[in-house]
Design a protein around this ligand. Structure first.
Ligand code: CDP
Ligand code: CDP
Length: 224
C-alpha cells in the first residue's frame, strides 16, 4: 500500500478544480497547489509594469526576476508575489482576461513547470491546472479531468460575483470562458487536453461535495 500519492486535477475555467482540490487536500492532509495562481501572479506583475504580454522574451525575463510563493493556509493558499500578498489581486477581471495570453509562451511555461515540479517533489500533493496530468506530473497516481457546460460554468462565476457584490454579466462571462478555453486548448505548448489515463468527471449537475467524494473514492481505490 502506498502512503501518499500525487493527485492531478485539470480542466477548463470554473469547472470546480480549485474548490474541490482544496477539499480533497484538506481531507487527506495533503498540500494543495494552484498552478493557475502562478500564471496569474506573473500576469499581474506584467500589467502593473506595463510589460508586453505578447512578447515571449519579455515575459520570460520578467518571470526570471520574480518570486512567486504559494503558502498554505487553513483552507486554501495565499499567493505572494515578490513577498506581497496578492491573493485577491490575482483574481481580478483584468488578470483573468489577460492570463491566457501570458500562458501561451513556451519559455514561461518551461520555467513555471520547473517550479511546479519542485513543489510537487514531495508526494502528498493535490495540484490543479491545465497541464498537470499531461505534463507537470505525468506519473501522478490519480488524474482527474473536470468538465462542465459553458452555461453552468458562467452561472457559477456569476453567483460568485453576486456574492462578492461585483458587477456581473452572464453573456460576458460566457464569452470570457469560451475565449479562455479556446486559447488554452489551442496553444502549441502543453495545451489543455485530457490525459489518456485521466478520469473525466462531468460536474455540470454535481454538487461540490459530490465531486469531492468522487475524487476521494478514486484516491481510496488507488491507495488499496
Ligand atoms: O480558476 P480559473 O479556472 O479561472 O483559472 P486558473 O486555474 O487560475 O488559470 C488561469 C489561466 O492560467 C488559465 O486560463 C490558463 O491560461 C493558465 N494556466 C495554464 O496555462 N496552465 C496551468 N497549469 C494553470 C493555468
Ligand atoms: O478552479 P476552477 O476555475 O475550475 O473552478 P472553481 O473556482 O473551483 O469553481 C468555480 C465556482 O463553481 C465556485 O464558486 C464553486 O463554488 C462553484 N462550484 C459549483 O457550484 N459546483 C461544483 N460542482 C464545483 C464548483
Amino acid at each position: 500500500m502506498q502512503d501518499t500519492i500525487a493527485i492531478a486535477i485539470d480542466g477548463p475555467a470554473a469547472a470546480g478544480k480549485s474548490t474541490v482540490a482544496k477539499i480533497v487536500a484538506k481531507e487527506l492532509s495533503y498540500v494543495y497547489i494552484d498552478t493557475g495562481a502562478m500564471y496569474r501572479a506573473l500576469t499581474l506583475k506584467a500589467l502593473r509594469n506595463g510589460a508586453r504580454l505578447n512578447v515571449e522574451e519579455d515575459m520570460h525575463q520578467l518571470l526570471m526576476t520574480t518570486t512567486i510563493d504559494l503558502q498554505q493556509t487553513g483552507d486554501g493558499q495565499r499567493v505572494l508575489l515578490d513577498t506581497e500578498d496578492v491573493s485577491l489581486d490575482v483574481r481580478s477581471q483584468e488578470v483573468t482576461t489577460q492570463v491566457s495570453y501570458v500562458a501561451v509562451h513556451g519559455k514561461v511555461r518551461e520555467e513555471m513547470v520547473n517550479r511546479q515540479r519542485q513543489l510537487a517533489e514531495k508526494k502528498g500533493v493535490v495540484m490543479d491546472g491545465r497541464d498537470i496530468g499531461t505534463h507537470v506530473i505525468p506519473d501522478a497516481e490519480v488524474k482527474v479531468f473536470l468538465i462542465a457546460s459553458v452555461s453552468e460554468r458562467a452561472e457559477r462565476r456569476h453567483k460568485e460575483n453576486m456574492e462578492k457584490g461585483f458587477p456581473s454579466d452572464m453573456e460576458q462571462l460566457k464569452e470570457e470562458i469560451r475565449m479562455r478555453d479556446k486559447i488554452d486548448s489551442e496553444r502549441e505548448v502543453s495545451p489543455l487536453v485530457k490525459a489518456d489515463d485521466a478520469i473525466e468527471v462531468d460536474t455540470t449537475s454535481l454538487t461540490i461535495d459530490e465531486v469531492a467524494n468522487r475524487i476521494l473514492s478514486i484516491v481510496q481505490d488507488q491507495l488499496k
